[in-house]
Design a protein. Structure first.
Length: 399
């Protein structure tokens, strides 16, 4: 992010010619090969208690290109190959900072096919994008315009498992500016019966995109399972059909979450959510499919970066805060409350609560308390150390 502008990626679908598709496929293969070679070299050095940095792997790349075995690396643009070494360096930096696991080797069948080009690896003129080693510009479907006068700093070309080609251009976007400040605040409780329940009492239905296409997906997967293992044409076609159904589900889910998060950010200055560990929750075999279909992790990710763009605040309340069992009227903490209990009556004040609305209201109150006292309730990976303000608040309110 610059002083005034946000760096924003604009993603478009494009349709390559046969020559362009062949060139990009070669580039993807070379990028994967260089990444794996560099990772192997760094891993071997790691076993000897030595560290290899980006400059050393760049020198290795130059040496590899001179060998007969790897001479094919000279046939593609050198820019994506250098960029994959930078990506590997970032992966090791995250590993040494304990933000990620040790880097893994890229798989020909499972890893994402992509190549990143910096300004020296492409030409963008008059709305036409031409990549290095290509004579013709890409046939891009401009589904939305780039910001006026935008000049991409990097271009990433990718192909998804459904065979679709995409190009993502990173540009400064002067149109993204902080919104006018407002006093509005909302608590958001995520769920499965309803995707979101707001502290205002509004409930947003869970579209269950995966369930809608479950029969078609199951049929396609059964067809794929009957195909002989290997790289046969019939198995490839069956695999592609499964991938297209998955892509359709993911596209609809992402579109819905984008619309929801944009609305919440535009309408509210402060948005309070619960700090859920989704990666642990999906280990529950009974709920894993429903939780994954709801897209809770993606919802939070979209909400956080949009709030940062537009000058809003997202507060993540401690996951152990008993939002469902705490009376939002008198503050009395109830006993055990199974998931099948959707409404309950407070024994102290007699108020009847909708479980989800009550939880959202408690989250909002807790978030406001955090803003007032300044204690950290964001995830430990964001704000380490210190007791959660939610636990302090509960201890003060318990009788």
């Amino acid at each position: 992010m610059t002083a005034n502008h946000v760096k924003r990626a604009f993603k478009y679908r494009f349709y390559p010619t046969d020559a362009q598709a062949a060139e990009l496929s070669r580039t993807f293969g070379c990028v994967r090969r260089v990444y794996n070679l560099a990772l192997a070299a760094r891993t071997e050095a790691w076993t000897r208690q030595e560290r290899v940095n980006y400059n050393q792997t760049s020198a290795l790349l130059t040496a590899w290109k001179k060998t007969e075995e790897l001479a094919f690396l000279n046939d593609v643009s050198s820019v994506p190959l250098q960029q994959t070494l930078r990506h590997l360096q970032s992966a090791f930096t995250n590993f040494f900072s304990k933000r990620a696991k040790y880097p893994r080797f890229k798989s020909r069948k499972k890893s994402r096919k992509s190549a990143e080009y910096t300004t020296s690896g492409f030409r963008f003129r008059d709305g036409r994008l031409t990549l290095a080693k290509m004579a013709e510009p890409l046939d891009i479907v401009w589904s939305r315009p780039l910001p006026e006068g935008a000049k991409p700093s990097t271009v990433t070309v990718s192909q998804d498992s459904a065979g679709r080609w995409f190009v993502s251009m990173l540009c400064d976007d002067p149109t993204v500016k902080p919104l006018s400040a407002t006093d509005a605040a909302v608590g958001v409780d995520v769920g499965l019966n309803h995707l979101l329940t707001l502290s205002t009492g509004e409930k947003i239905a869970n579209p269950r995109h995966e369930r809608t296409d479950r029969a078609r997906l199951a049929k396609a997967q059964r067809t794929l399972a009957r195909k002989a293992k290997g790289d046969g044409a019939n198995r490839k076609k069956a695999r592609l059909k499964v991938a297209k159904i998955h892509a359709r589900i993911a596209d609809r889910r992402r579109d819905g979450l984008h619309k929801l998060t944009t609305r919440l950010v535009r309408e509210n200055q402060t948005i309070v959510i619960e700090d859920l560990t989704v990666r642990n929750m999906v280990k529950n075999r009974s709920l894993a499919r429903a939780i994954s279909d709801a897209g809770w992790a993606e919802f939070r990710s979209l909400l956080e970066y949009k709030a940062q763009w537009y000058g809003r605040e997202v507060i993540a309340v401690d996951r152990f805060f008993p939002s469902s069992k705490l009376c939002s009227v008198c503050g009395t903490l109830q006993g055990k409350m199974p998931q099948n209990v959707r409404t309950w009556t407070c024994a102290a004040c007699g108020t009847t609560h909708d479980r989800d609305v009550n939880a959202a209201r408690n989250l909002l109150a807790a978030g406001r308390a955090v803003s007032a006292c300044g204690a950290g309730v964001r995830p430990q990976r964001r704000t380490p150390g210190g007791q959660s303000a939610m636990k302090q608040e509960v201890s003060r309110r318990e009788p």
